[in-house]
Design a protein around this ligand. Structure first.
Ligand SMILES: Cc1ncc(COP(=O)(O)O)c(C=O)c1O
Length: 383
């Protein structure tokens, strides 16, 4: 295998806007100031000033009051994803996910032995007719779904966002079937354009609501800071499964200090740089692959979802791209049942302008060389 030069595979933050000096300063300020907190265990909720900063972040975006004591800091939002699986379901139980979803979530729920039902995706998110049919089917089979997991905004991998009307319908369906919704909103603030859609908790005060968010996408994943928002008794149900003595106070204190005037100045700055990369990738795809593939044009988030022609030999494509230093994540990694679907995901957050400019022609060439026919493009939509 040759060295990967064009890593469109991993979903990472942008190193160009990582605030090194400001975090260095914050670290040096907080170590002395928070010495007492650092010499103690953080407790189940975690470092209060960061919970307050995240409550402010949520409340600024959603326009509703968020209680910092309903926010729990976690080791990345991934810990919260896993906690939901552990607290709400048991091995062998059924849950609902989107047909294409985040591989980390799928892997966690698979290893907990949860039986996932995948609901078809549309450019407006989960197809609610399919959702209703599946919830009914599971209920009739005596194994009702224990929760619905949705990445409602700038979905990973498709980039799709569910509009408010569909969110309201989702809330109604969930209520009708008495099933909690876990909304994973970790890309919400990686915003480029378009109308903002409200989080489910801002539309509904059902006490079963669980909301997950992260600092990985607006700051950096190496901090391993995420959080969930839930009200008692759901909050206590989730906390009862937490046995790690809380999350890293040092990381939380540095980030709380960095965000002491809010998250928005740095987030906006980061998004402007990401938008340029998104546009460069979209332009590059138009230039090199418009005659063969279709792809999403995300209004936020870090990914572009691309449909390959059916006549591409996907094993061959993988081999050729790897041999040419190009990495992507194949559709199979996102499918709830590991089906080998003709899609791939391109991540662009951490790539340089040069890597994007040079990498896309490599991908286009490999796709063309992996085709088994000369048929003209047959698909003009993603699904
Ligand atoms: C939808 C989704 N949820 C959760 C995570 C986990 O992120 P983290 O644990 O870094 O917050 C990711 C990471 O890519 C993701 O895409």
């Amino acid at each position: 295998m040759s060295e990967i030069i064009y890593d469109f595979g991993s979903g990472r933050s942008n190193p160009e806007t990582f605030p090194i000096a400001a975090l260095q300063k914050a670290a040096s300020d907080v170590i002395a100031r928070e010495a007492e907190a650092l010499n103690d265990y953080p407790g189940k909720l975690g470092f209060a000033p960061l919970r307050e900063a995240m409550a402010q972040r949520e409340s600024d975006r959603e326009g509703v009051v968020v209680d910092p004591d309903h926010i729990v800091l976690t080791n990345g939002s991934m810990q919260a994803v896993t906690l939901c699986g552990e607290a709400l379901a048991e091995r062998g139980d059924s849950i609902i996910v989107e047909e294409y979803s985040y591989p980390g979530t799928l892997s966690a729920y698979r290893s907990l032995g949860l039986e996932m039902t995948g609901v078809k995706l549309t450019p407006d998110g989960m197809c609610l007719d399919t959702l209703t049919t599946e919830l009914q089917r599971l209920q009739d089979s005596g194994k009702p779904a224990k929760f619905i997991y949705t990445i409602s905004t700038y979905q990973n991998p498709t980039g799709f966002t569910m509009p408010k009307t569909r969110r309201l319908e989702l809330i109604n369906i969930a209520r009708q079937f008495d099933v909690p919704v876990v909304e994973d909103n970790c890309y919400a603030d990686v915003y480029y354009e378009g109308e903002l859609q409200p989080a489910l908790y801002a539309l509904d005060d059902d006490p079963r609501q669980i909301y997950l968010c992260s600092l990985s996408k607006i700051l950096a994943p190496g901090l391993r800071l995420g959080y969930f928002l839930a009200k008692p008794p759901m909050l206590d149900k989730l906390l009862a499964r937490r046995h790690d003595a809380g999350s890293n106070t040092l990381a939380a204190a540095i980030v709380a200090e960095f965000y002491k005037d809010g998250v928005w100045t740095h987030t906006k700055f980061g998004n402007e740089a990401l938008l340029k990369k998104r546009d460069q990738v979209l332009d590059g795809l138009d230039e090199h692959l418009a005659d063969l593939c279709v792809w999403s044009k995300p209004e936020g988030g870090l990914f572009i979802w691309m449909r390959l022609p059916d006549d591409v030999d996907r094993k061959e494509l993988w081999k050729r791209t790897q041999a040419n230093g190009f990495a992507y994540l194949p559709g199979v990694a996102f499918h709830y049942r590991n089906a080998d679907v003709p899609y791939l995901r391109l991540a662009f957050g951490h790539l340089t302008e040069q890597q994007i400019a040079e990498g896309l022609p490599v991908l286009a060439r490999c796709i063309k060389e992996s085709r088994t026919s000369n048929e003209a493009m047959v698909h003009n939509s993603l699904f």
